[in-house]
Design a protein around this ligand. Structure first.
Ligand code: SAH
Ligand code: DHB
Ligand code: MG
Length: 222
């Protein structure tokens, strides 16, 4: 399911409005050269993450799923000089490409990349009483999204914005019978968001260079 206009409009938006700096294009080239999967957020989506982080005045950002550091660099661009971004990655090869990309973009001092299974890192951060984050971007393995959410909530305060990528999956999210564990993961995630009295949320479908997918956006209200 794709339409050539989706890619054309993403390119139009990127050239006219998004205008990614060189280091972000370079990060994608490095990722491709290293054979990493081409599943980073698109440039317009990355810019959206940056603008949302700036709009909530984020000083502390948490990302679950670093890959090559592309979305991390967009988010880091939103931070004030004393801000910080913690990003979690399980694949050493992804982490090393990301470190290189983050360094080239000039953000090594604000980005803390933690290697290991995100569930373990999240549990130790929660146990250590880590200061709450202002924005949390969930974008790692989809079957684990339902487990990431309660930990994200433990690392939140009132006003924290939680954003989850890939929650529509070409529309498969409405298929309760889906045999795809990624679809079932994002379905359960959305149901937990819906049931949480601490969250007020929406879901936005997106089309673009990455096809048909979407984001869940949830604000922590209590
Ligand atoms: N946010 C990135 C894309 C992330 S792709 C961007 O838009 O630029 C998802 C990443 O999550 C992959 O790099 C994958 O290795 C990582 N991942 C998968 N399972 C994980 C786990 N259990 N813990 C931490 N990272 C994980
Ligand atoms: C996949 C993962 C992503 O985070 C994404 O944005 C697109 C695709 C995947 O695992 O296929
Ligand atoms: Mg994603």
């Amino acid at each position: 399911m794709t339409d050539p206009r989706w890619d054309a409009v993403d390119r139009y938006a990127s050239e006219l409005l998004v205008r990614p700096p060189e280091a972000l294009d370079a990060a994608l080239h490095t990722a491709e050269a290293a054979g990493l999967p081409a599943i980073s957020v698109s440039a317009p989506q990355g810019k959206l993450l940056m603008l949302l982080a700036q709009s909530v005045g984020a000083r502390r950002v948490l990302e679950i799923g670093t890959l090559a550091g592309y979305s991390a660099i967009w988010l880091a661009r939103a931070l004030p000089p004393e801000g910080s971004l913690v990003t979690l990655e399980v694949e050493p090869r992804h982490a090393s490409v990301a470190r290189e990309n983050i360094a080239r973009a000039g953000f090594s001092a604000v980005v803390d990349l933690r290697l290991g299974p995100a569930l373990d890192t999240l549990r130790s951060m929660a146990a250590a009483g880590t200061l709450p984050f202002d924005l949390i971007f969930i974008d790692a393995d989809k079957p684990s999204y339902p487990e990431y959410l309660p930990l994200a909530l433990m690392l939140s305060r009132v006003g924290t914005l939680i954003i989850a990528d890939n929650v529509v999956r070409k529309g498969a999210v409405v298929d309760s019978e889906s045999g795809d564990e990624r679809v079932q993961g994002v379905r359960r995630f959305n149901e937990i968001v819906a049931r949480s009295p601490r969250l007020d949320a929406t879901l936005l479908q997106t089309v673009g260079s990455k096809g048909y997918d979407g984001f869940t956006l949830a604000r922590v209200v209590s």
